[in-house]
Design a protein around this ligand. Structure first.
Ligand SMILES: NC(=O)c1ccc[n+]([C@@H]2O[C@H](COP(=O)([O-])OP(=O)(O)OC[C@H]3O[C@@H](n4cnc5c(N)ncnc54)[C@H](OP(=O)(O)O)[C@@H]3O)[C@@H](O)[C@H]2O)c1
Length: 303
């Protein structure tokens, strides 16, 4: 099959090259998917740069999610069969014509969404649902501040939060991006480049019993904070990454996503936000785009 190979880890986008590689072999509990589309995540650029390798046992090629058609199933797989239209959360390997994935990380393509665009959902849905909803218990009537409102993660988070009756604030770096977020349902928008986002630091703006959930470090890893607010206002600060969770943990998240997020997509209340499609052979161009931050929503690769 063809796959995008990181020919020189640590390099720029040009190190992403389509090569002929061996087809994946499925284990007994795995599903082989013929990929219709894969979506980019910023993590893919970190993998290309050499500091975010695939977890042991996962495909070494980039790509944390895909959609496609089931081509074969292992002998212990019960839910899926050849021909099913699916999308999946991957540990790697989406930038390829085929990928093998544990059956618990596979989801049906939701009604209302094309097979191609279904690739835009698994990573954002599992990240957002497992963090602010499952861990931080975000619930109806609360207020949710999303940084990077126009990102792949942000455009999904706005929609699913509004669906669950939550008031949504967003930050983004341009008025055009903020207008898009408003259109998706955001109640309050803040341009963090032109407005002073508090005094406005993250901990200071939390309510009593507020929760700060960190999923990324776009602004850098190091900071200095005054912790007294945590004690006085009973705040929680938490962080989590999805990629290195166990198969069991990912399967549990995928089940919750199917139960709580898929109905919103099926009802048309949460829509895919796809900025641009690239052929697999232009993976380098797609990486240049995501690194430019000019996009809104997701970028898809088509084998
Ligand atoms: N923990 C996990 O399991 C997990 C899973 C998936 C993604 N993530 C993280 O979630 C974040 C979004 O991922 P994505 O794939 O959706 O990325 P994306 O679509 O590329 O979006 C990244 C966004 O970050 C914004 N940004 C850049 N620098 C910023 C800064 N200093 N302060 C505030 N915003 C900034 C950019 O928009 P502006 O123009 O507004 O700056 C851009 O839209 C990334 O940090 C990623 O690593 C974490």
């Amino acid at each position: 099959m063809k796959a995008v190979v990181i020919t020189d880890p640590g390099g720029g986008p040009e190190v992403l090259q389509v090569k002929e590689v061996d087809d994946p072999e499925i284990k007994d509990d795995e599903v082989l998917i013929r990929v219709e589309a894969s979506a980019l995540n910023l993590a893919d650029t970190s993998q290309r740069k050499g500091y975010y390798p695939a977890p042991p046992g996962c495909s070494p090629y980039p790509g944390l999610e895909c959609s496609g058609v089931v081509e074969a199933v292992g002998k212990l797989v019960t839910r899926w069969k050849a021909g099913d239209l699916v999308c999946a959360l991957l540990g790697g390997g989406g930038y390829a014509e085929k990928v093998a994935v544990p059956e618990g990380q596979v989801l049906p393509v939701p009604a209302n969404v094309s097979l191609r665009d279904a690739a835009s959902f698994p990573e954002v849905a599992c990240t957002v649902w497992s963090t602010v909803f499952m861990s931080s218990r975000l619930s109806a009537g609360e207020t949710f501040l999303i940084h990077g409102g126009s990102s792949g993660i942000g455009t999904f988070a706005i929609q699913i939060a509004k669906y669950h009756g939550i008031r949504v604030f967003v930050t983004a770096g341009s008025d055009e991006k903020l207008a898009f977020c408003k259109n998706l349902g955001a109640d309050v928008d803040i341009n963090y480049k032109t407005e002073d986002f508090v005094e406005r630091r993250n901990l200071d703006c939390l309510a009593y019993e507020g929760r700060l959930f960190i999923i990324g470090f776009q602004g850098g890893f190091l900071t200095e904070v005054n912790l007294t607010g945590l004690l006085l206002r009973r705040l929680t600060v938490q962080a989590a990454g999805l990629r290195y969770r166990s198969y069991e943990s990912k399967a549990a998240i995928v089940r919750e996503v199917e139960k709580n997020v898929w109905p919103a997509i099926t009802e048309g209340k949460v829509k895919p936000v796809v900025f641009k499609y690239f052929p697999l052979s232009e993976a380098a161009e797609a990486h240049r785009l995501i690194e430019s931050s000019k996009h809104i929503g997701k970028i898809l690769l088509l084998p």
